[in-house]
Design a binder for this molecule. Structure first.
Ligand code: AMP
Ligand code: DBH
Length: 569
């Protein structure tokens, strides 16, 4: 078999060509693409056409509700499907006039505002690829996304969460020669306002094909720099359709987007794009806290939303004495990190809605508990896959399949799981098996009924309440400090976030001593997302080693866990 994952020139399974691949991202082998089409998963849809169809069928239905800054509803914007479609068309024409077209990459870093959808659907329509940055990202991440993707444009808010993104854009632009445009939702400062992007329709253009890439999503990753995940229109739209069916999202649903809109979970599980696919209504929460979200649920009649476990805990507690009527809420999805069984049991009594656990990944595979599952499955498992054609393997360290019920590494392949990261052939050789299974890095157990229980993680990543931190990325920032000889970042248990980050540091012999606070300040000063700054720094003389002389992170995790336990005793 010549089945490799290194790009379009490689043979697919059985010598078939990769029909959907490009030189930049391995696609699905022809035999699989055929199978996924024949099964009716891939239906030849694109996002641009999807929105047009919804807008034609029901132009006056509300698509997006953006409450704006005022809590009393006075700044609320409501865009109908017709309006969103028209705006996406005008923005698409404007982007083309700026020279942004098919295949170009555009880093989109917007908070939960209506413009996110206007811009993203305009990019979908022309076939330019949004690169979904999170609002928390700073110089280090944004510079990497712009430079690595050779982005033509970067889309930002003016100020969000007290941070001026225009200044960040000015710095990044000076370093990245391909970056021709900075487009700003709001006051543009030295850049271009989205509102000033030329609106007159330009020349006709070829939109993307259903098997073309739609966007690049971010991986939480475990390596020095975040990997980019290439998703096609066809595969992603299938995951939306499947999610809508499982989560019972239809045109009467109202989806509250409480997590950052660009994240894969609120984007697609079933998320804002699922809701728009169903012709439902999307309500954008500027922040996920109960004081913002609960009034929105009441006022807008929200029926479904998704949260990470720490927020689900906060909501569960706040619901006990809220004056707001939350009775419209039917479904609360919880995922992104493991939700403890004990916390899961409290959701229904407190919020009066059905809990749906979701275990997903931007690389593809998404598992849900089903709404009519028995309580024990809902609280005790992380669900089962969307698709009958999601292939699941649980294997030992040598890739040998384990009997059902045993705990091992989760490998997966299927109709909406990527076959490789974007422009990362070397990494792909280890992140995927030769026959195309994605190595998730998750350690799971399969129940007799085919449900997955997440038991742990083999990848070098800390899951900080759903926010993923790649250890190596942070270690590299720490190693940049002149007094540091070596660094190892590990997770430590935390009652609220599940895990936090602890950096073990060995200082150089005879180096200027440095304190924990100063080191954190140094790391923050390198311009990275705040959630990646280590929560704790421990200095040590040497790292414990494994049998083969590698740093034993297992021992470091055990050491910090024991130290924390001793303190709380
Ligand atoms: P990413 O690859 O960055 O999209 O992050 C996906 C990862 O988040 C998964 O591989 C898991 O490690 C983790 N994850 C997502 N949902 C859950 C969940 N419900 N329980 C445990 N881990 C989860
Ligand atoms: O953590 C994730 O990446 C995630 C969680 C739930 C995800 O991508 C998803 C659902 O689609």
């Amino acid at each position: 078999m010549t089945d490799t994952n290194d790009g379009v020139t490689a043979g697919g399974e059985g010598g078939m060509p990769w029909v959907t691949g490009t030189a930049e991202a391995p696609g699905y082998p022809a035999a699989y693409a055929e199978r996924y089409r024949a099964a009716g998963y891939w239906r030849g849809e694109t996002f641009g056409r999807m929105l047009r169809e919804r807008a034609t069928a029901h132009p006056d239905r509300v698509a997006i509700v953006d409450p704006g800054p005022a809590a009393d509803g006075s700044t609320t914007r409501r865009w109908t499907y017709g309006e969103l479609d028209g705006r996406a068309d005008r923005m698409a024409a404007g982007l083309l006039a700026l020279g942004i077209g098919k295949g170009d990459r555009v880093v989109v870093q917007l908070p939960n505002v209506a413009e996110f959808f206007e811009v993203v659907f305009a990019l979908f329509r022309v076939g330019a690829l949004p690169v979904f940055a999170l609002p928390a990202h700073r110089d280090s991440e944004i510079r990497h996304f712009c430079a690595f993707t050779e982005a033509a444009a970067y889309v930002i808010p003016d100020v969000a969460g007290g941070y001026d993104h225009r200044e960040l854009a000015t710095r990044v632009r000076a370093d990245v020669p391909t970056l021709r445009h900075v487009l700003v939702a709001g006051d543009p400062g030295p850049h271009t306002a989205l509102a000033d992007v030329p609106a007159e329709p330009g020349r006709p253009f070829d939109g993307p094909e259903p098997h073309d890439l739609a966007f690049l999503q971010l991986s939480g990753g475990s390596t020095g720099v975040p990997k980019l995940i290439p998703r096609t229109h066809d595969d992603y739209i299938y995951s939306l359709r499947g999610s809508n069916e499982i989560c019972r999202v239809d045109e009467h649903s109202v989806y509250l987007c409480a997590l950052p809109a660009a994240h894969n979970f609120p984007l697609s599980s079933p998320g804002t794009l699922g809701a728009l696919h169903a012709g439902a209504r999307v309500v954008l929460a500027p922040r996920p806290s109960p004081d913002v979200a609960f009034p929105l649920i009441e006022r807008e009649g929200v029926t479904i939303t998704g949260l990470v476990p720490p927020l689900a805990l906060v909501w569960t507690e706040a619901a006990a004495n809220t004056p707001h009527d939350l009775s419209s809420l039917d479904v609360l999805l919880v995922g992104g990190a493991k939700f403890s069984e004990e916390a899961a049991r409290r959701v229904r009594p407190a919020l009066g809605c059905t809990l749906q656990q979701v275990f997903g990944m931007a690389e593809g595979l998404v598992n849900y508990t089903r709404l009519d599952d028995p309580e024990e499955i809902i609280v005790g498992t992380q669900g089962r896959p969307i698709s009958p054609d999601d292939e699941i393997r649980v294997v030992d360290d040598e890739d040998r399949d384990l009997p059902v019920g045993e705990t091992g590494h989760l490998l997966t392949r299927g109709p909406y799981t990527i076959r490789g990261y974007w422009r990362a052939p070397e990494h792909n050789a280890t992140s995927f098996t030769p026959d195309g299974f994605y190595r998730t890095g998750d350690v799971v157990r399969l129940t007799e009924d085919g449900y997955l229980v997440v038991e742990g993680r083999a990848k070098d990543q800390i899951n900080r309440g759903g926010e993923k931190v790649a250890a190596e990325e942070i270690e590299n920032h720490i190693l940049a400090h002149p007094s540091v000889h070596d660094a190892a970042v590990v997770s430590m248990p935390d009652p609220y976030l599940g895990e936090r980050t602890c950096a073990y540091v060995v200082l150089r012999d005879g180096a200027e001593p440095v304190r924990s606070g100063a080191l954190k300040k140094f790391i923050r000063g390198r311009g990275l997302a705040d959630y990646k700054v280590p929560d704790r720094v421990e200095f040590t003389d040497a790292f414990p080693q494994t049998g083969v002389g590698k740093v034993s992170k297992k021992d470091l995790r055990a050491a910090i866990a024991a130290e924390l336990a001793a303190k709380t005793r």
